[in-house]
Design a protein around this ligand. Sequence first.
Ligand code: ATP
Ligand code: MG
Length: 578
Amino acid sequence: MKMSKLFVQTLREYPSDAEVVSHKLLVKAGFIRKLTSGVYNYLPLMWRVLKKIENIVREEMDRAGAQELLMPFVQPKELWEESGRWGVYGKELMRLKDRHNREMCLGPTHEEVITSIARDGLKSYKQLPVNLYQIQSKFRDEVRPRFGLLRGREFIMKDAYSFATCQEDLDKEYQNMWNAYTRIFNRCGLDTKAVQSDSGAIGGSVSHEFMVITDTDAGENDVFYCNDCDYSANSNHAISKLPEAVIDGKGYFKEAKVLDTPNTHSIEELSAFLNIPSTLILKSLVYIVDKKPVIALIRADKAVEETKLMNAAGGVEIRIATSEEIAEMMEQHGFNAVPGFIGPKGFEDIPLFADETVRDMKNYVVGINQTDKHLVGANHSDLGRELNYVDIRLVERGELCPQCGKPLFVTRGIEVGNIFQLGTKYSKPMNAVYLDQNGKAQPYIMGCYGIGISRTAAAAVEAHYDEHGIKWPVAIAPYHVVIVPVNVNDELQMNVAEKMYNDLQAAGIEVVLDDRDERAGVKFKDADLIGFPYRVTVGKTIAEGLVEYKVRETDEQEKYTPEEATQKLISSIKSVLG
Ligand code: ATP
Ligand code: MG
């Protein structure tokens, strides 16, 4: 490809709406253009990158025994009613109506469609196990589309679904996909960490996310990990051991009694006023899960992890209640207190979840829905109901590894893929069954496996860049090499550049010849910004028979004869591409 013909327009400035590196660089370097919020054009350079990632994914999925198919982008409401998700998926599901007033949605994921395909085609145990996948655009009306391709509304995903007759076969396929994912991300030039995770709206039990670890804002997930063993988990799923703490207040309170605690609106104020550690205070928090209030009880020095609480409550949407909502809830229950003094007693009609930290607390302090008062020396029998314990706690840095007891660390990660064990979550309600050896109908045991193709491309930029631009890993770079003749009007330079260009192309290397009549500085800047893994400069040293060879990732520079440079490029690039 000649640079003069390449469809690319680099910008002088970063786009004003871009917060993270990959968004800034992909726009500035001419890879993507926003069409509307969360929806991007993939311009020719981007499309080459995406196709390369797709092909790596395809090769590894095929190698792992999965079969590719393609499902429609538009899906009928009826299927989503069968799975029970039409009512619960929420606003991310883009719903529309056709001319006959039939309701449809744009596919945010394809569990329903694939399950209906399996139901029609996989009737006997003899046909199982099977893994089917596609590479396709998805649409999710994300609350906060942002960060360019990292969180778009329309994005490209590889989604695979496996069908088995027993847990053992599902476990095998899960491991098979784990191995395939490891190869895929390695080949893409990405270091990933597989972490335990919550299984969210898709449902199921066991799941792992493949994270690209980053210290930047682009990492939307907190990942807790242990340096001494292999434990690592998304914060929405992480658990920890806590260091010892004072959880029995018998040294502070002889008996249960109501105490005046004026102006103690916060935990800090209350523990300072009573001169007790905050581990002796039971905190009551109100959340709104799927539009209804729930109460969470937790030891006051700890915080609630919303996803855990939402799952415990069986919901799909969660937020903390506003002071107005809490005030209203109190009023409806006959209390006339400031929200900060809320306590569980008297709200027996509202679902309540007590964190595991509450289980062994004794003689503690709790709100009783009276302004400026607390019950001290309280015990669970004072709360007006039996407690159900569940882990709803947010793990914090420095807490101890649940496996080996060493301190946990936290970092940020970009989720590029995930694997889930779905079990019969879709097959049961959708009556998707096969006949077993005894001729009995059984629901498939399913797994699902996603990779964000477009997010992976952006994550690769987050992991490989410098102040000058992108540093594409060779395997997914839009082109491998750029050849820059310093002066296109110099016949010798142009002849050498063109010969190298032709020789490299003949060897299957993807090359751009920067034939523009521009200053060398301009061309170098564009080369660095676009992120070609290799640059060859044909300049004055050609008089001595030498060209300059530069590696973008390491900045390594050498002078070689054009023949040597050509050979070196071919062997380095082929060694990566295999
Ligand atoms: P997230 O927690 O980041 O919203 P998810 O759990 O909703 O992801 P899945 O539904 O499992 O993700 O989708 C599979 C993969 O698709 C994810 O691992 C991610 O790489 C990609 N993906 C999900 N949502 C988006 C998005 N809005 N933009 C780009 N890629 C996405
Ligand atoms: Mg999501």
